[in-house]
Unconditional design. Structure first.
Lengths: 443, 173
């Protein structure tokens, strides 16, 4: 057997033709496909970006459509109220009025929840136990000015369902009014709705129509007294101040001078536009009524020490840290130096009086109260809510804001109360209900 | 013996080897397979995440009364009700309206073989959604639905994964 060299291991045959990477359609016939691929690779991103931009534009241009007519604004308000949609209701209100109300209502609701007047799960967006419904509403519109229109609800049906047991009331309210609430059954009501001679006034701002609470109150008051809206030319112009302090100083000075027009001028031109426009209807009467007093009364503010607390939303709470004044009325002169009050009578100096309240006077007054309510009054007298006047900045000028002042002071007052204070008040009310308080006071 | 690759112009090839025209149209197999492994995480971390952020904006965010609103309806109502005052809120409003464009641009960047740009765009998309969700949860005291909470998670996760992906890719280089 002859030796033979081993056979070559299997492997690539150098002489064999190489196997190409087959790319189907790589030949000349595939050129249109390749072109298509290039187009797709460039086209897909372009289409994607185009679709994205189109969606962005569509979303930015759409959204909650503002009311394009006065009637639409009123219907939107009723629809939102019917659906319990607070956000929708806010969207239908005149912007500056809404801004003034919104924060105040939210803050007050929070305080009432904390004090257990409302339940902790009370939700303004979904008030349990209360349902409203409006159907077949027909309206008519009368334009008062090109930017202001009065909408009258001529016919329709309003229905409501109230279930006191489901209302979001807290333990304080239920303890005070529990028996009355227990007696009241759930009730459904339905009736025709018509505003009659009253109207809902809408105003146009930036092309949209909004319901104005201020103009509605003013217009209805004017109609009730048989008057019509005064011409725009007679509107009281707003006069702002450079600082919040200045606005409040001017307000206090105008009030001291019994200058009603001066006070109105210091209110914000946007939020209180209705007051500025309708004030001519009552200003003359008010001036006449005050003129007699004004001729005899003179007040001069001798010291006014103010402190500002910015709230971060374009308004400031201005508190009065110290005030002194001198007032004369006929033969009497009243002087207050910040701590003591002097009353002098020019015609009879023997009538002169000097009041200088001290803590001991207050304590002795407290001790004279019935024992049952002494601890309650003692607790309440220690409350020191931060009360003041709110100044609002509009268009770079500061004005006195009466609506925010009411809400801020209410919020501060409620904020100073504790659950214990509320329990004290509840026990006072219960004593009054049971008759034991009157016998205690009488005793 | 024939090694098959998806044909030139085959959509599957475009999607699998999403590395841009120079990769898609190239003929080197190893490079194509590498791209498949490398780019899939980008598609998940950036593309899918950005798309999820966009979808979340259309989920229910708030109930007011009997009305449920998605993120954009809430934004529009908030604007209309004057809840979005201030420069920051206005900037966020504009950014929120740009969200679909950002998500689409993220996908386009991935298709076009620009993973770095896709990561930046995805992070922006996530950030816009997350900030919007934070604003919604802080401003609205009641009626919140799952949209903003999911948005907070999705937005945060998108930013995190996009940034992580960018960092790991850089360190691999």
């Amino acid at each position: 057997m002859n030796w033979q060299p081993p056979s070559a291991p299997p492997g690539p045959d150098p002489s064999a033709p190489s196997v190409p990477w087959e790319t189907p359609g790589a030949g000349p016939a595939a050129r249109p496909k390749r072109r298509l691929a290039r187009v797709a690779v460039i086209g897909v991103p372009v289409v994607l970006v185009g679709a994205g931009v189109a969606t962005s534009l569509s979303l930015a241009g759409g959204g909650a459509s503002p009311a394009s007519t006065p009637d639409a604004a009123v219907r939107a308000l009723l629809d939102s109220a019917q659906q319990g949609d607070l956000l929708g209701v806010l969207g239908t209100l005149e912007p500056s009025e809404r801004d003034a109300l919104e924060a105040g209502i939210t803050q007050t609701t929070s305080q009432l929840q904390r004090l257990q007047v409302l339940s902790s799960d009370a939700d303004l967006s979904d008030i349990s136990g209360l349902t409203l419904g409006f159907s077949n509403i027909r309206t008519s519109t009368a334009f008062l000015t090109p930017q202001r229109a009065a909408v009258t609800i001529t016919s329709g049906t309003a229905s409501s369902h109230i279930d006191p047991s489901q209302l979001p009331l807290g333990s304080f309210t239920r303890s005070v009014a529990g028996s009355a609430l227990a007696k009241t059954k759930a009730a459904n009501s339905s009736s025709g709705v018509s505003t009659g001679n009253d109207v809902i006034v809408t105003v146009q701002e930036n092309g949209s129509w909004y319901v104005s609470l201020g103009y509605t109150v003013a217009e209805d008051a004017a109609r009730a007294s048989g008057q019509t809206a005064p011409p725009a030319s007679s509107s009281i112009p707003a006069v702002g101040s450079e600082t919040a302090d200045d606005a409040i100083r001017s307000l206090i000075q105008s009030a001291a001078n019994l200058d009603v027009a001066g006070v109105i001028k210091l209110t914000p031109p946007g939020e209180m536009a209705a007051l500025h426009d309708y004030a001519p209807l009552f200003l003359a009467q008010a001036d006449n009524a005050l003129s007699n007093v004004r001729s005899k009364l003179s007040v001069s503010i001798t010291k006014l020490d103010l402190a500002d607390v910015p709230d971060g939303s374009g308004s400031e709470l201005v508190t009065i840290r110290g005030i002194a004044f001198r007032a004369t009325y006929e033969q009497y002169t009243v002087t207050y130096d910040g701590s003591c009050l002097d009353i002098s009578d020019a015609s009879d100096p023997s009538n002169d009086q000097h009041f200088c309240p001290r803590a001991s006077d207050l304590n002795s007054a407290l001790s004279s109260l019935p024992a049952a309510i002494q601890p309650i009054v003692n607790d309440l007298k220690n409350l020191h809510p931060k009360e003041g006047l709110v100044a609002l900045e509009e268009n770079g000028q500061w004005y006195f804001d009466p609506v925010r002042t009411v809400f801020t002071d209410l919020d501060n007052l409620l904020g100073a109360l504790s659950i214990k204070d509320m329990n004290d008040i509840a026990s006072l009310v219960k004593q009054a209900q049971s008759g034991s308080l009157s016998s205690t006071l009488g005793g | 013996m024939v090694n098959r690759l998806p044909a030139q112009g085959d959509p599957a090839r475009t999607l699998l080897f999403a590395g841009g025209p120079h990769h898609v149209l190239g003929d080197h197999p190893a490079r194509g397979e590498g791209l498949l492994r490398a780019k899939l995480p980008d598609w998940i971390c950036c593309g899918a995440a950005a798309l999820a952020c966009l979808v979340d904006a259309f989920l229910p965010w708030m109930r007011s009364g009997s009305i449920e609103r998605n993120g954009y309806q809430l934004l529009a109502s908030g604007q209309h009700a004057g809840l979005l005052a201030g420069t920051g809120a206005r900037a966020l409003t504009v950014a929120a309206y740009l969200l679909p464009s950002l998500a689409a641009a993220t996908l386009a960047a991935l298709c076009g073989g620009r993973p770095a740009a896709a990561r930046v765009l995805a992070a922006l998309t996530g950030a816009v959604l997350a900030v919007g969700a934070v604003l919604a949860t802080s401003k609205l005291h009641s009626g919140l639905l799952f949209g903003p909470f999911l948005g907070l998670g999705l937005g945060g996760l998108t930013v995190l994964t996009a940034v992580t992906r960018a960092l790991t890719t850089r360190s691999q280089r």
